[in-house]
Ligand binder design. Structure first.
Ligand code: ASP
Length: 314
């Protein structure tokens, strides 16, 4: 694998390989000194054109824990604000000979474009409402840790699917790992024809008790040009997940950031059934594994070091 642009870049065995690596890095995360020399002397560029807390900080930590040299660029404080195009920005950064460019953009397809302009490995850290593959990998990692396997697991994804890159990547990853995915939300926020990805659609939460996993999405106001629901109050009445709607056997997930009191009630966020903190924790080791896979794994173009076991042991 040269780039990670979509979950489609990985088959089930590929997802398992990355997550097994992430598990070995989790052992490193438990040490006092959380660093391995795997990517020493390699340069990773983080280029974020959109707001991010979890994804940007975990990619930064991942690169640092692998001992890479890291350049982090936020569009708001870069020459992008002076009118530099994405292509020219990549040309400038390419002069530093980066091994990887991690990019987040408000435009679907941006990561794919960047991959055509650079020799570096490109990681899609979210492109518009298209995909967010590392989020899906960390979600599968979190569920594997909690449930052992996703085979036969019933996962309901609830909320604003229309604007969610997380939903698209998660549907692909969860179904590839053997889970059954059902989408639920207001019909205006469920893309027409999405069943083609291999999932079901339920317009109400009536059958939510059948789910093993309840995965809640944020209302993506920044991508809405019109009103998709009559009011947030009405949305919350019909679709908010609170501890009354949650069954004792269910686990609760959310990619963050949460709109507390809109898609999730405060008591649900803080309940022991919520895996939200575990998802954030998984972000670092999964992103370490993705960078490792692309820059030093078996299929990497240049592989300057030995096996991950050597890297982890070092
Ligand atoms: N953090 C996720 C994303 O960047 C989900 C969200 O923003 O709601 O897509």
């Amino acid at each position: 694998m040269k780039h990670l642009l979509s979950i489609d870049d990985l088959d089930r065995a590929g997802i398992e390989r990355v997550l097994d690596r992430a598990a070995s890095f989790a052992e490193v995360a438990g040490r006092e000194i959380k660093k391995v020399p795997a990517l020493r002397g390699r340069t990773v560029v983080n280029l974020f054109y959109e707001a991010s807390t979890r994804t940007s900080s975990s990619f930064e930590l991942a690169a640092k824990r692998l001992s890479a040299d890291l350049v982090s660029i936020r569009a708001a404080s870069s020459s992008v604000t002076k009118g530099e195009s994405l292509k020219d920005t990549i040309a400038t950064l390419t002069a530093y000979d980066p091994a990887a460019i991690v990019i987040r953009s408000p435009h679907a397809g941006a990561a794919q474009l960047v991959a055509g302009w650079t020799d570096a490995a490109v990681v899609n850290a979210g492109d518009g409402k298209h995909e967010h593959p590392t989020q899906a990998l960390l979600d599968v990692f979190t569920l594997r840790q909690k449930l052992g396997s996703l085979d036969g697991v019933k996962i309901w994804i609830v909320g604003d699917v229309l604007h969610s890159r997380v939903a698209r990547s998660d549907i692909l990853a969860f179904t590839r790992m053997g889970a059954h995915v059902t989408l639920s939300g207001p019909p205006t926020l469920i893309p027409r024809g999405i069943e083609a990805l291999g999932c079901d659609v339920e317009p109400t939460l009536d059958r939510l008790p059948e789910a093993d996993v309840v995965y809640v999405l944020r209302m993506q106001h920044e991508r809405m040009k019109e009103a998709y629901v009559p009011s947030l109050r009405e949305y919350a009445m019909r679709y908010q997940i609170d501890t009354n709607r949650l069954q004792p056997h269910q686990v609760l997930m959310h990619p963050g950031p949460v709109n507390r009191g809109v898609e999730l009630s405060g008591d649900a966020i803080d309940s022991p059934q919520a895996l939200i903190g575990q998802q954030v924790e998984a972000g670092v080791v999964v992103r370490m594994a993705v960078l490792y896979e692309l820059l030093a794994g078996a299929g990497a173009a240049k592989s300057p070091i030995g096996s991950v076991e050597t890297a982890v042991a070092a």
